[in-house]
Design a protein around this ligand. Structure first.
Ligand SMILES: O=C(O)CCC(=O)N[C@@H](CCC(=O)O)C(=O)O
Ligand SMILES: [Zn+2]
Length: 340
């Protein structure tokens, strides 16, 4: 059992040895709780019927604190039975040591390690193996294994915040679906969360949301909820909609969502994925330019030694610019508006 006032997250971060792993216990309301390992916990209602399987991850980047605070509260409300889940839910608090030093990662970006590699050379690689193992166990004990995205009731929101300001404050990356159809209810749900901008990824990646979408048929998304802030400094008012909708998702059997035509969505296609190839990589716009700033066609965005990267279309906009990434990793995305 876990007893307050020390939360599951606090114990995972500061006294992980005090957690008994693979420890299952039952709440008075019949929910089975399993502490899989530090930072990973599941809730399974006694009676499920046609239930969803929901994975909520946060803190894959240790300094992206707002989603961690949101999920910490949800976990505590479920443990204290203030709220009761109607679906199978797993919470993952990703990079615990990075949270403790307020950094994105310790040695390597955890959100680039969701692939088939079995390496365990550093703590992020070890954590990626642990997360992949627990996610597999979670989805493989589902009563129904979906044959395709079209019929899947599996959901994964990997919650993040962005390094810089964004013109469109909250947005989601829809991982590459290999030709499968985009899911309308998901767009309705995200819009109800005040996440009204969607980026359609056009290629495989090694991110967590792509990994679960590809391997477990989840409706997976990387969801960006605002700008990075230290613990305790987030304006929780700006997350009212997302907190309310995540709570409904977990606690309600069915959701009532706004019709798609009432949702004001901005949809973008990813136009260019620009990787850093050399130490000479440089961005050619100011550090304080927000995500989704558009440029004239032909504008020089970045250079990498002799290579020049320019906008290919009028209004092509920048997202996630970061020259400080490891060689071979994504340093910039460009996006252009599109329709689904
Ligand atoms: O603001 C930034 O530059 C990064 C914010 C962040 O962590 N974004 C994710 C997006 C993952 C995806 O493309 O699905 C990341 O870079 O890992
Ligand atoms: Zn992040």
């Amino acid at each position: 059992m876990l007893t307050n006032p020390i939360s599951f997250l606090e114990r995972s971060r500061f006294s992980p040895e005090s957690l008994q792993t693979n420890n299952k216990f039952q709440l008075n309301n019949g929910t089975t709780v399993e502490i899989c390992c530090p930072g990973i916990i599941t809730f399974e209602p006694a009676f499920m019927g046609v239930a969803k399987t929901i994975l909520l991850s946060s803190g894959v980047h240790g300094n992206e604190t707002a989603p961690i605070e949101i999920c910490d509260k949800l976990v505590e409300d479920l443990l204290s039975e203030k709220k009761q889940s109607n679906h199978r839910v797993m919470f993952i608090f990703g990079n615990l040591p990075a949270m403790n030093i307020g950094e994105r990662f310790i040695e390597e970006n955890l959100n680039r390690l969701f692939n088939d590699s079995l390496s365990t050379d550093n703590q992020e690689q070890i954590r990626a193996q642990e997360i992949k193992r627990e996610v597999k166990r979670f989805f493989n004990t589902d009563s129904v294994v979906p044959s395709s995205h079209a019929v899947s009731k599996r959901i994964h929101y990997d919650l993040h915040t962005a390094i810089r300001e964004s013109k469109n404050e909250k947005f989601a990356v829809y991982p590459y679906l290999h030709g499968h159809e985009y899911n309308k209810q998901q767009l309705q749900f995200l819009s109800a969360c005040a996440v009204n901008t969607i980026l359609l990824s056009q290629s495989p990646t090694s991110t967590f949301s792509y990994y679960t979408s590809l391997n477990y048929c989840t409706h997976g998304f990387t969801v960006e909820l605002g700008k990075v802030k230290p613990f305790g400094e987030n304006n929780m008012q700006s997350f009212t909609h997302v907190i309310d909708m995540l709570t409904q998702l977990i606690t309600q059997k069915e959701l009532v969502l706004p019709a798609l035509k009432e949702c004001q969505m901005d949809i973008y296609d990813v136009k260019q994925v620009i990787d850093k190839r050399s130490a000479d990589f440089a961005l050619h716009f100011a550090d304080n330019i927000p995500n989704f700033t558009g440029f004239k066609k032909g504008t020089l965005l970045a250079t990498d030694g002799d290579i020049e990267y320019r906008t290919l279309e009028e209004g092509e906009a920048i997202v996630f610019p970061n020259s400080n990434v490891a060689l071979g990793q994504r340093a910039l995305l460009t996006v252009v508006p599109c329709d689904i």
